[in-house]
Ligand binder design. Structure first.
Ligand code: DAH
Length: 337
């Protein structure tokens, strides 16, 4: 038996299998159902018990050698195949993530600054009636802001229905439905009938602020705006208030922030004044409180309104308003934060 095993080992030691056909006939001859190995296993049964262990090991060794030869032949054959273009080891292509619109980024930042001092966020419709957009806000009936040149009227026969010209309309809706204390900001899109240019657009975005409670003073307004300016533009930012006029606030002011580019020395962004105008504000006119169902003898409040494009322009130095709505990806992909 041992002799026969060794003979087969000698026989195969010189064999080189070159292709699949040869490998298959080799397999049938040695490992097949009627092959050499099979008959050796048959004979193994007649081996005396005391020799079984050694002969058995020998036989298994032969089996392993036969299988190795076939395996090597297969690998050899594979290596000869032309390389496939599919390379499964290549790293995958990454998909690029989109980014938020610069106006969304600025709106989110402003919203989160005001939320730290307790302001909620409220919204109102973009199609407004005359009451919420004008009358409740103390606009006299013949006020020029109601003029066709400013306002997009939808159907003036239906209570002067128009696209809202400012987010101050949301103030009215909040005061009509909530009881003081009220602390809210209202971000949203507004519309004005303007020729589109680098400096003007027929739609843009505002954030309105409203604070109503007992004993709210002008000092509270000033502190709140100062807190906002320092949070948004940096701790060295200063504000200044200039007297102004809005129908819905009395007294009214416009707020400038010190130019963060030149630190107030004067540059072309601030037109050599050292200051940049950022918002309008004032103490809510008692007429407005009363029109909205809040007793002006008991409560007072302040309001402010700022343009989001304006603030974004100062933050990102974007000097053409049209870029915000043209959806040019070269512009939009710059704002990854
Ligand atoms: N609504 C004003 C505008 O569109 C902005 C504004 C000014 C809002 C003063 C206010 C305010 O709440 O108090 O120009």
């Amino acid at each position: 038996m041992r002799e026969r095993i060794e003979q087969v080992q000698r026989e195969i030691s010189g064999i080189v299998i070159t292709d699949n056909t040869e490998a298959e006939s080799f397999r049938i001859k040695y490992l097949g159902a009627k092959g050499v190995l099979k008959s050796l296993y048959q004979d193994f049964k007649t081996v005396p018990n005391e020799e079984k262990k050694v002969i058995g090991q020998h036989l298994n060794e032969l089996k392993q050698q036969l299988e190795n030869l076939i395996e090597a032949a297969k690998l050899n054959e594979q290596a000869k195949q032309p390389k496939s273009l599919l390379d499964l080891t290549r790293p995958g292509r990454s998909t690029s993530l989109g980014s938020l619109h610069p106006l969304t980024l600025v709106r989110n930042e402003i919203t989160s600054i005001f939320s730290t001092i307790g302001f909620s966020v409220s919204e109102g419709p973009e199609i407004e009636d005359d009451w919420h957009n004008f009358s409740a806000l103390n606009f006299p009936p013949d006020h020029p802001a109601r003029d066709m040149q400013d306002t997009f009227f939808i159907d003036s026969s239906i209570d002067g229905l128009s696209l809202r010209t400012h987010t101050s309309s949301v103030q009215v809706r909040v005061m009509e439905t909530q009881k003081p204390p009220i602390r809210t900001i209202s971000p949203g899109r507004v519309y004005r009938n303007e020729a589109i240019s680098a400096r003007a657009h027929c739609f843009f975005h505002q954030i309105e602020g409203l604070y109503i409670d007992k004993n709210v003073s002008f000092a509270d307004l000033k502190q709140t705006i100062d807190f906002f300016a320092k949070s948004f533009f940096g701790s060295s930012a200063k504000i200044r208030l200039r007297p102004s006029y809005f129908p819905f606030t009395e007294p009214s002011a416009e707020v400038d922030v010190s130019c963060s580019l030149c630190q107030g020395d004067g540059c072309n962004v601030c037109k050599y004044t050292g200051w940049l105008e950022i918002l309008g504000c004032g103490m809510v006119d008692p007429n407005v409180l009363d029109a909205c169902g809040i007793d002006s003898k008991e409560y007072s409040g302040f309001a402010f309104g700022m343009g989001v494009e304006r603030i974004a322009q100062l933050k990102y130095r974007v000097n053409d308003l049209r870029l915000y709505s043209e959806n040019d990806v070269r512009f939009l992909t710059q704002f990854h934060f």
